[in-house]
Each structure stands twice: as structure tokens, then as C-alpha cells.
Design a protein around this ligand. Structure first.
Ligand code: NAD
Length: 320
């Protein structure tokens, strides 16, 4: 018994048109004698979540006609060489590294070793869209890699992109009749997570689309607005969520629960975390709420879509 207008959306239905489009593109390549793109996965840990993610990617790629090769590496120290080999191999069109590998272990420069590996993935193969070039383009709202020709669109971070695609599928969140850069004008969003993988790129993307975005982390709140960042000393997670028509949760702990009473009627709530950050029973009692409990299916579709973009940008015989 849900409140009037409350709905729960299975992200599989949002992923489907993207995966159908990828299958069509691969079919068209085959018809002109071009092999499907090759995605290489590098797995160097026994983390069950990473293994599961590697399994899912392999299964989805196979179903959609993409070639996928999982390279398992026994010693984390060998990942960098395996990654550089894949970067330099002209048969490889996309690379995904399954993190965490080193976790928070720092390199000499103070960045984490995993961040260093993310920046080592060539921008021609980076299906996750997390290397320095793509991140810095995103934060400067630079949408093409080949300025000023503007024929090669940048690859975007795939988890953040999956949330954007989910919100685009909700007519109350994205108004496509407005010009590019203003589709989310008038919307206030709260994102609870400011990691470089999920929360920060997502905040930048939604602000680039015109939203006011509160980026909430454990000890700080920032407002992303119109390409600028403002510190929000007077705000609390509660005050941000109460003002928001979209709330995205990405807290990686089992114990965390977003208080349902903060969420306003007609809000769209997207749970990105692998844990349930909201009480499903409670939020579906809020009138008009749209709840998306999981985004993984769309993330994998975005990985595949990024692979196709990299292929057309850099590897297709006509682009070389
Ligand atoms: P992370 O550990 O790198 O970052 C988590 C962020 O949340 C950090 O900035 C941390 O300070 C912040 N945080 C922790 N507790 C908080 C709290 N109580 N309030 C506000 N902020 C808090 O993790 P990540 O890579 O950003 O991933 C986050 C979650 O999303 C994980 O559960 C992960 O499994 C999931 N994830 C899902 C997908 C997908 O496609 N489904 C992809 C990537 C990550």
C-alpha cells in the first residue's frame, strides 16, 4: 500500500534502450566486416563486490555482442604493467580496472595508488571516464576532446552518467524542451557522497545541466551552481534534503539511513550505494515519490556506451 503517486522504478527498464542501441551498432559494424570492440577487465583483488562487478560486465558484454576479456592478476604490484600493456595494444578498445586494488594506500605524490591507476588508463580506452583528462574536461564543462573541431564527445564517468540517464527518464526532473545546459533549471538536488567516482562528478554534471546541487559529505556541504562552487556553512543535510526535488544517496555503510521525514512529496530518490540508504517502506508512503533502489544495470549499460564512443572516436578504421 503505497501513497498516491508513489512509484518504485526498476533500472533495468531504463538500461534496455541503451543496450538495444549498442546491439544495433555492433550489428552494423559486423555487416561492414568490422569486429565488435574489445573490452579488457583487469581484476587484481578478491573483493567479492569487485568479482561480482567483473562477472556482471562480462555477462552484459556477451549478451550485447561486445568482446570481453578478463585478465586476473595475482599481485597488485603488476597491475600498472598490465594496464600499460593494454593501453598500448591496438587490439584493445576499452579498459576497466576493478577497484579497490590498493584502497587508500598513498603514492609518493600523496594521491592514492588507485587514483594513480585511474590516471594511467589511456583516454582512448577509459570506459569509466575517470582519467584526469575526462575529469578535468567535466569540471570545466568542456564537452569535446577535440576542441575546436568538436567532433569527438568526451566520455563521462559511468556511475554519475547512469544517474543522469535515470533522471533524464523522469519527466519531472529533466525538461528536454529547454536548451542544452538548462534541462534541470529550477531543480534543487542533494547528493550525499562527494567521492571522485560518484558524488563529485555527478554534482558537476547536474549543475552543468542547470540544477542547484548540494553536495553533502561527512564534514562539509557545498553548493554547485553554474560552474561554481560555494561553501554552505549555514546548511545541514536536513535543510538541503528538505529543499530538494531530487535526492541521491551514496553512503557506503550498512548502518546509514536517510531520515524519511526530510524527503518532500514528489521527490525523486536514487540510491546509488550498494547498501539501502533509505527505508523503502517509509519513503513509498510519501505522496508522489519516485524511488530508484539500484543503478548498477544502467551503469553497465553506460560502460558499454562509453566503449562504443571510444571506438568511434579513436579506433574505428575510418577515424585512424
Ligand atoms: P567511497 O567510499 O569512495 O566514497 C563514499 C563517500 O561518501 C565519501 O566521500 C564519504 O566521505 C562519504 N560519506 C560516507 N558516509 C557519509 C555520510 N554519513 N554522509 C555523507 N557522506 C558520507 O565510495 P564510492 O566509490 O563513492 O561508492 C559509494 C557507494 O556507491 C558504494 O556503496 C558503492 O558500492 C556504490 N557504487 C555503486 C555503483 C553502481 O553503479 N551501482 C558504482 C560505484 C559505486
Amino acid at each position: 500500500n503505497w501513497a498516491p503517486g508513489a512509484q518504485k522504478i526498476d533500472a533495468t527498464s531504463i538500461a534496455k534502450p541503451f543496450r538495444d542501441e549498442i546491439r544495433t551498432q555492433i550489428q552494423k559494424l559486423k555487416e561492414v566486416g568490422i569486429e565488435a570492440p574489445l573490452l579488457v577487465g583487469l581484476l587484481a583483488n578478491s573483493d567479492p563486490a569487485a568479482k561480482k562487478y567483473a562477472e556482471w560486465t562480462g555477462r552484459a558484454c556477451k549478451a550485447d555482442g561486445i568482446r570481453y576479456e578478463l585478465r586476473e592478476i595475482d599481485d597488485a604490484i603488476d597491475v600498472e604493467n598490465a594496464l600499460r600493456d593494454a593501453n598500448d595494444d591496438p587490439r584493445v578498445h576499452g579498459i576497466i580496472v576493478y577497484y579497490p586494488i590498493f584502497g587508500q594506500v598513498e603514492s609518493f605524490s600523496g594521491e592514492s595508488q588507485d587514483d594513480y591507476l585511474r590516471d594511467t588508463v589511456s583516454h582512448k580506452c577509459d570506459v569509466e571516464g575517470l582519467c584526469h583528462e575526462y575529469r578535468s574536461n567535466l569540471y570545466r564543462n568542456k564537452r569535446y576532446v577535440d576542441y575546436p573541431t568538436n567532433s569527438k564527445k568526451c566520455v563521462l564517468p559511468c556511475t554519475a552518467l547512469s544517474v543522469v540517464k535515470i533522471l533524464e527518464s523522469c519527466p519531472s526532473c529533466y525538461d528536454k524542451s529547454k536548451p542544452i545546459g538548462r534541462h534541470m533549471e529550477g531543480q534543487t538536488v542533494t547528493i550525499i557522497n562527494r567521492s571522485e567516482i560518484v558524488g563529485r562528478p555527478l554534482a558537476a554534471m547536474l549543475a552543468n545541466d542547470g540544477a542547484d546541487v548540494y553536495s553533502v559529505d561527512i564534514d562539509s556541504i557545498y553548493l554547485f551552481r553554474g560552474g561554481r562552487l560555494y561553501a554552505c556553512d549555514g546548511e545541514t543535510p536536513e535543510s538541503c534534503v528538505r529543499k530538494s526535488s531530487v535526492v541521491v544517496t551514496g553512503v557506503p555503510t550498512k548502518a546509514y539511513r536517510l531520515p524519511s521525514e526530510w524527503i518532500q512529496p514528489n521527490t525523486t530518490v536514487v540510491n546509488v550505494a550498494s547498501f539501502k540508504n533509505v527505508s523503502e517502506d517509509e519513503i513509498l508512503q510519501i505522496p508522489g515519490v519516485t524511488y530508484i533502489p539500484m543503478v548498477g544495470k544502467v551503469t553497465v549499460a553506460m560502460l558499454e556506451r562509453n566503449l562504443m564512443r571510444l571506438f568511434y572516436n579513436f579506433h574505428h578504421p575510418e577515424r585512424q
